[in-house]
Structure formats: C-alpha cells, structure tokens
Design a protein around this ligand. Structure first.
Ligand SMILES: Cc1cc2nc3c(=O)[nH]c(=O)nc-3n(C[C@H](O)[C@H](O)[C@H](O)COP(=O)(O)OP(=O)(O)OC[C@H]3O[C@@H](n4cnc5c(N)ncnc54)[C@H](O)[C@@H]3O)c2cc1C
Length: 429
C-alpha cells in the first residue's frame, strides 16, 4: 500500500515519517513549507514569520522538544503592545496596569460594564465590544485584528475566537486597575525554540525519518485509474494506492479534472491572506529583551515585529540586531509584489517611531513572501469549506494541514492531526 503525500511542509514530513511506504512530493527545492528557516550572513530567521513552539497538549509538546535534540532551547516571552508611545505588557489587558490611573479606570470601567453574558454576537467586532468593553475593543483589539486579518472586523465571524482570544479573569482586571502586574496567556509565558538553525530544525527531525522525498516536483495533475491514483508532477508520474494532500485547497482543485462548477464557485468564496516578512539586520542600538511587539496603529503597515536575537543569541552576528516585520496583504494587491526598497523604508519608519533604530546602515535586508498565510473566516467560510472538503473526501482524497484543511492551526495541532490520520491509515490499510 503506497501513499502519495502531496506537499512537504510540517504535516507532509511528519506523515512521511509515520508511514514508511510513502513518497513525499514537494514543489520547492527543500521541505519545510511555512517552517523554513533562512540562515544568511550570520542571521537566522524563519521565512514564514517567527515560529515558536508552545502547546497546551503536553504529549505533542514533549514530542516537539525531543525532536530538537541537542538544539533544544528555551525563551522567555517578553511581548509588548505599542500603545501611546509605551511598550505595554502583552496581552494588552494585562498591560493596562502600566497606564495612568485615569486610563486604567477607563479600560476597567468599560470592561465591567460589558454585556459579557448577553446573547452571543455573530461578528468579531460585536464580540470584542461585548466581551472586553468599548475602550479595550476600540483602542486596541479592533484595530489590531483589522490589521492582521486585513478586513473589517464586522466581516469576520466570531465562532472561532472562543479560547483563541482568551478572556482575562475578573481578578486580573481588578489587579490591573490597582496597577498590579499580572500574566496573561500563561501557557505561552515560556516557549521552546532551537538554540541554532531556527524552526527548520524541527522539520529536519521528521525529514530524517522519511524514506522517500522528492523535491522540485510540483504536483500538476491528479487522475484516478482502476483504483490507483496517478499523480503527475513537472518531472515524473507516480502511481499510489492512497493520497493525502497538504497543498493549498485551491491549488489541489486545479490539478483535478471535471470539478463541478458549484465546487469551484464555493472554493472561490474561501478567502485567504498573504504575508510579507521583512528581515532587517543592523547594528544593535540597545540590549532590550523584547520577543515581539504588536502594533495596532494604522499609521504603520506591520502588525507585529519580532526579534530572533531574543529567541536565541546565535540568531544574530555579534553586536547586531535582527528584526522581522510582518505585514498581512491581499494576495492580488500590488503591495504583495512591491519593491524591497519600499518595505525597507516602511520598516525603518516604524523602527524609528519605536526608537529602536537611529540612522545606522541597514546591513541586511530580505523580503520573504508567503502566498497562503491566513485563512479569512468570513460569513462564507464554514459552509463553503464543508462542501469543498466533502467533495474531496468523496473522491477519496484525504486533506491534511493548515492550507489543505483551510484552518488556522499551529504546529502542535498540525502534528496532532497528522498522527491521528496516520494511525487511521495504518489500522485500516
Ligand atoms: C505567519 C505565521 C506564523 C506562525 N507562527 C506559528 C508559531 O509561532 N507557532 C506555531 O506552532 N505555529 C505557527 N504557525 C503555523 C504553522 O506554520 C503551521 O501550522 C504549519 O506550518 C502547517 O504546516 P502544513 O504542512 O499544514 O502546511 P505548509 O507549511 O503550507 O506545507 C505545504 C507544503 O506544500 C507544498 N506545495 C504547495 N503546492 C504544491 C504542489 N502543487 N506540489 C507539491 N508541493 C506543493 C508547499 O511548498 C509546502 O511545503 C504560523 C503560521 C503563519 C502563517
């Protein structure tokens, strides 16, 4: 029973390690997908945006730590929210303790008056106002979310946020009102990150256990003949008993013949955003410990900037700083392919506003573009996705992972789902 694994991102290599009689087919020149790391001129950073390891699932967390082997390292989260020229503690509701008494009063008063037990709200904007109150929602949560999702928060549904945007406890809000320090998102307070080599080290551990990986092979056409799957790439043709797709759902449909127009229409309703990740290296101005800074202000393109030096000191050359600036864009917008010089100037402007850079030379610049980064959960999402996935499942194609299942999942969940699928495979085949 030979299994064709389409796509060699994290899910692809974990599945290839689980199912030995398999071939992983990857379009790019190396496996890793979102979890690829660039190591260049002494700088190390994750190309698809910074990827830190954390999880509430202790079993998967232990597996990821063990996969890093001698490169297992730990970081302490020091994330900040940039608000009114201050670097507040993250998440914002915990950072309120650092504001003036008048501002603390405003945020906590509105939180206490929020209609938290009222009828559930359907869109993200109303949900944020209902749960967090006017001040927190209007001054931080709504603008930040509209930047990262690149869409009005009224157009996003709220069915996915429960747990993903955790609520602060009443006790924490009373503490911040009194100016006392609290810690939010405790399961992310410390994180795991490779001491060297970036997140691709994780991928490498599974890759080493795969029997057959083909790179530079883009899946172009898939047919079924006499119970066998025929997968044609730009270089070869393969015959498989089963196939698992981890490639973006829109791209998979293009490889199939006779897809009903209704399914293509539904897939067209599934929206996603792309990500620009600007990596910039320059002489370090100070030894701050920030891991990431969240930027809600509309004035700047980037919604989050991060500092790989504070994930591991080996990520930067001696005395230098490395910053990653993430910008969410429409895939079809001109901005996605704007000149690197434009992103450089925008990035310098932001870093100057944050007083993290002077007039020093930029020694290193690379702009990484990820086409399929974030799924957009608007009103069409749930129903359209169900129909397209059902269609693929009925054909006998198994969909797995962030872009194939078209869900906002992290590495821990991607690995958990992969093991669950391989267990099913190995017991039924
Ligand atoms: C900006 C950002 C930040 C993130 N940060 C974190 C984090 O801090 N912590 C965390 O746990 N998770 C994080 N994640 C989530 C994590 O990246 C994903 O959960 C995980 O990488 C999903 O892996 P995958 O295999 O499903 O998808 P992918 O990585 O997309 O893999 C799909 C693979 O298919 C290949 N492919 C595509 N088309 C074809 C084709 N036609 N033929 C052959 N191959 C093809 C691609 O090249 C790719 O290698 C983040 C995600 C993003 C976008």
């Amino acid at each position: 029973m030979t299994t064709g694994i389409l796509g060699g991102g994290l899910c692809g290599v974990v599945l290839g390690a689980d199912i030995q009689d398999s071939v992983v087919i990857e379009a790019e020149s190396r496996v890793g997908g979102h979890c690829k790391t660039e190591i260049d001129k002494g700088y190390t950073y994750d190309m698809g945006g910074p990827h830190i390891i954390f999880s509430k699932n202790q079993e998967i967390l232990a597996e990821m730590k063990s996969a890093l082997g001698s490169k297992l390292g730990y970081g302490i989260r020091d994330n900040r929210c940039f608000y009114n020229d201050k670097f507040l503690q993250y998440p914002f509701e915990n950072g309120i303790s650092e504001l003036s008494a008048e501002e603390r009063y405003k945020f906590v008063r509105d939180f206490l008056h929020a209609d938290q037990l009222g009828a559930p709200k359907n869109n993200l904007k109303e949900w944020l106002l209902q749960r967090f109150g006017n001040a927190l929602a209007n001054e931080y949560l709504i603008p930040y979310n509209e930047k990262i999702w690149n869409i009005s928060s009224e157009k996003l549904t709220s069915d996915w946020v429960e747990g993903r945007i955790p609520m602060p406890s009443m006790d924490d809000m009373l503490k911040v009102a009194c100016g006392l320090k609290t810690i939010g998102y405790a399961h992310q307070a410390n994180f795991v990150y490779p001491t060297e080599g970036g997140i691709e080290v994780l991928v490498g551990a599974y890759k080493a256990k795969c029997k057959d990986i083909r790179v530079n092979e883009k899946v172009q056409k898939i047919d079924k003949r006499d119970d066998k799957w025929i997968v044609a790439t730009n270089q070869n043709s393969y015959e498989f008993d089963e196939i698992v797709s981890t490639i973006p759902i829109h791209d998979l449909l293009k490889t199939l013949s006779n897809v009903p127009s209704e399914i293509n229409y539904k897939a067209g309703l599934l929206k996603f955003n792309s990500l620009i990740n600007v990596a910039m290296g320059y002489k370090r101005k100070n030894d701050h410990t920030y891991t990431a800074i969240y930027i809600p202000s509309e004035e700047h393109l980037s919604h989050r900037i991060s500092f790989p030096r504070n994930f591991s000191l080996l990520n930067v050359p001696e005395g230098m700083e490395l910053v990653n600036l993430e910008i969410t864009v429409d895939t079809d917008a001109d901005l996605f392919n704007a000149e690197d010089q434009f992103f450089k100037e925008e990035s310098i402007k932001l870093l100057q506003a944050l007083n993290l850079i002077d007039k020093q030379e930029i020694e290193y610049l690379k702009v990484c573009r990820t086409k399929h980064a974030y799924v957009v959960r608007d009103e069409n999402y749930e129903n359209s996705l169900k129909e397209v996935l059902n269609y693929l499942e009925e054909l006998g194609i198994h969909s797995l992972g962030r872009n194939a299942q078209f869900e906002y999942i992290n590495m821990d969940e991607a690995i958990r789902r992969t093991h669950a699928l391989s267990k099913k495979f190995l017991t039924t085949n």
